[in-house]
Design a binder for this molecule. Sequence first.
Ligand SMILES: *[C@@H]1O[C@H](CO)[C@@H](O)[C@H](O)[C@H]1NC(C)=O
Ligand SMILES: *[C@@H]1O[C@H](CO)[C@@H](O)[C@H](O)[C@H]1NC(C)=O
Ligand SMILES: *[C@@H]1O[C@H](CO)[C@@H](O)[C@H](O)[C@H]1NC(C)=O
Ligand SMILES: *[C@@H]1O[C@H](CO)[C@@H](O)[C@H](O)[C@H]1NC(C)=O
Ligand SMILES: *[C@@H]1O[C@H](CO)[C@@H](O)[C@H](O)[C@H]1NC(C)=O
Ligand SMILES: *[C@@H]1O[C@H](CO)[C@@H](O)[C@H](O)[C@H]1NC(C)=O
Ligand SMILES: *[C@@H]1O[C@H](CO)[C@@H](O)[C@H](O)[C@H]1NC(C)=O
Ligand SMILES: *[C@@H]1O[C@H](CO)[C@@H](O)[C@H](O)[C@H]1NC(C)=O
Length: 507
Amino acid sequence: MKLTSLSSVVLLAGALVRAQCPDFTEYAQTPQGNPSSGPLALPFMRPSPECRTFNSTAVEKVITDMKARLKDPDLARLFENTFPNTLDTTVKYFNATENLAFIITGDITAQWLRDTANQFATYFSLLPSDPALKTLVKAVINNEARYVAQYPYCGSFQPPPESGLAPSFNGAAVGVTVNPPVNNQTVFECKYEIDSLCGFLKLSRSYYNVTKDASFMDAQWYSAIDQIFRVINEQSQGSWDANFNFISYYNWTGNNAQSPGVANGGNGEPKAYTGMVGTHHRPSDDLSTFAFLTPANAMLSVELGNLASILTKSGQSKTAQGKNISVLATTWSKRVSDALWDNAVENNVFAYETNGFGGRYVMDDANVPSLLSLPYLGFLDKTHPAYVKTRSVLLGRGNPYFAQGQNFSGTGGPHVDAWNPWPMSQIASIYGTDDDAEIMQRVYLIANNTAGLGLIHESVDIYDSASSYTRPWFAWANSFFAEMMLDLAQRKPGLIFKTDTPYIPGQ
Ligand SMILES: *[C@@H]1O[C@H](CO)[C@@H](O)[C@H](O)[C@H]1NC(C)=O
Ligand SMILES: *[C@@H]1O[C@H](CO)[C@@H](O)[C@H](O)[C@H]1NC(C)=O
Ligand SMILES: *[C@@H]1O[C@H](CO)[C@@H](O)[C@H](O)[C@H]1NC(C)=O
Ligand SMILES: *[C@@H]1O[C@H](CO)[C@@H](O)[C@H](O)[C@H]1NC(C)=O
Ligand SMILES: *[C@@H]1O[C@H](CO)[C@@H](O)[C@H](O)[C@H]1NC(C)=O
Ligand SMILES: *[C@@H]1O[C@H](CO)[C@@H](O)[C@H](O)[C@H]1NC(C)=O
Ligand SMILES: *[C@@H]1O[C@H](CO)[C@@H](O)[C@H](O)[C@H]1NC(C)=O
Ligand SMILES: *[C@@H]1O[C@H](CO)[C@@H](O)[C@H](O)[C@H]1NC(C)=O
């Protein structure tokens, strides 16, 4: 009794302290700590220690190591603010005993499968040296396995009931009907985007790759994998059957200021079988024009290959839908990749979307997976002629969503609008080149355009880059910038460091 009441006093004290913590969306909109000593004078923007949502000494060491090496104090400050942002601000719930963690995207209290996988991508090399971080990631995978096993068509979720956190109201889901139906106490938004499922696979294989711990592959995880193959089977089919019946396994109807209606009974534009897997919405959560999203299928092919690999390496390949999962994953990985090369590429230029009837939409959208990010996704090498040519089209007037202003440029998308390119598109572009001058030019396009706040935003207005941007608190964008800086630390140390010695975290 005594112990219980003592620990509840301690818990209460912790909760009281945290209750006084500022909302990070507000906090991130004005400069906080001391400015960096470079010309950009970027403020220190980490929350105060008692307000951080997860502490990791391994993460602090990487920050110290990078600050000691980076030659530009402004880039050092940007790294210091962005690298820990996911752990500092988005671990809304974590209970190791329950093996559950709830990770929010930032300014919206919901967990996106896609965002989470990318928010954590920059921390994987630290898992072997930080057991608590390893336990956290395993808990994230477990929470997601539960979501995917139940609602494989959805991409964004509510807190687990164990957390005691109230579900968030989603204005964009009001008046929308989803088939199969979903419960809004579990699902935040059920837009079907195949790359969300790829995010779950990426998180799982990244965790296994660095820990060799296969204990997350429990019955619930296999059930999630089974559901992923169900979606792949359903959404690879053409819209018309032999008798002109319209095939629909999932549809999304309704109309809402934030989420316009979807044509053809909530099914979108018809598609013909290719071997690729269709999707309804893009990684930006905007409606797809054509169903076969090239970058999402590229990611799917890569992640199915990785799935086969971790199952084989761990000796854990069970059966799904009566088939050996490793074999099934390898078969689909190749089928998707073959279909992609057959349908999406013309004269070495990838279309962003195709429909299987010959329809092609040459453009790029800013969210990853994007065409610019194909090398980052692991689909092809940045020197592949089809990537080189596609990239040159996309980073200029050949891309309807490329925009350039006095200070900032890049790819945007209809999610914000055509004149608000996203820093994330510049980060993806840096992964796609070995040209030193171009890399540094893009790094500074990003660094120069944080509205003086030292955090990475969703989009920047080309007509008013000094003060007009969207999403003050977007954890994935921060993590992606830090991940790119750590990639340069290995790939091109002399560009950003005082010396040319590579730096690899956790080594
Ligand atoms: C992180 O450490 C600080 C002390 O430096 C503490 O006040 C805070 O509660 C810790 N956060 C968590 C989630 O444990
Ligand atoms: C974690 O969950 C277990 C099981 O529900 C519970 O007994 C324990 O109090 C929780 N721990 C914390 C710190 O909330
Ligand atoms: C769930 O849907 C019901 C019915 O539309 C609505 O009244 C309620 O506000 C929704 N709850 C959340 C958390 O969105
Ligand atoms: C919507 O999807 C459901 C299956 O979830 C299906 O039964 C129904 O026929 C579909 N409706 C349309 C208009 O496609
Ligand atoms: C596995 O980890 C190594 C070292 O961190 C990394 O280079 C490699 O890309 C990872 N592979 C996969 C499939 O995650
Ligand atoms: C599944 O196939 C893989 C790769 O061929 C093989 O290593 C594994 O033993 C098979 N597993 C089962 C359960 O048949
Ligand atoms: C960034 O700003 C500096 C001035 O602080 C300027 O010299 C440089 O050209 C800018 N770089 C880019 C890519 O805009
Ligand atoms: C470009 O940056 C300068 C310096 O911050 C600013 O004064 C100017 O308004 C910016 N131009 C545009 C079009 O955003």
